[in-house]
Design a protein around this ligand. Sequence first.
Ligand code: SF4
Ligand code: SF4
Length: 179
Amino acid sequence: MTEANTKFDCLKCGECCRDLIVNESLGLVLFPNEIRYFPSSSIEPCLGKGKKPNHSSFKIWAYQLNEMNCSNLINNSCKIYETRPRVCRQYPFSVKSFSNTRTDVSISPDCTSQQNALATGEFKEGQLSQYFEEEKYAISTARWMIKFQSRNKKKDTPWVFDMKNQKWTVASNLHLLRG
Ligand code: SF4
Ligand code: SF4
């Protein structure tokens, strides 16, 4: 891959800012410094680390948005575009796998631009000839997820909050940050 200097060809359809809650339990993931751009009534915890959720060592690592359609989407434009969350910056990309020599990135089949590109044969997943700027956010998010899921000590257990059941459960094999 060459240097990330090309933006993905976004059609600005706004589809990726709608239907944000997956299986009624997981919303758009927000990092702590991003929740101020959303109504506080729409914010729920998402990822935490510690011995138990009610333990003094427990720390929230990320939040989630309890909105099906993002309230920052106005006329198909993001009203906080310059400060939009990291998971929005990486869409429609996510990292499938890492190794020392190779990073495999996937593109969401839900993205309208990607659907058009596939229909016209413009490009196919795994055959990208350029490095899109959005991919660098996908890679940095994936690195963050690896750090989150690492369990060096017992008290480092990673937890995920299920909005539907309003319960924390121990996280295993998480692959949840968009794309
Ligand atoms: S779904 Fe794809 S084309 Fe539409 S706004 Fe999102 S990134 Fe752009
Ligand atoms: S913050 Fe902006 S880019 Fe992200 S989901 Fe909301 S409207 Fe879309």
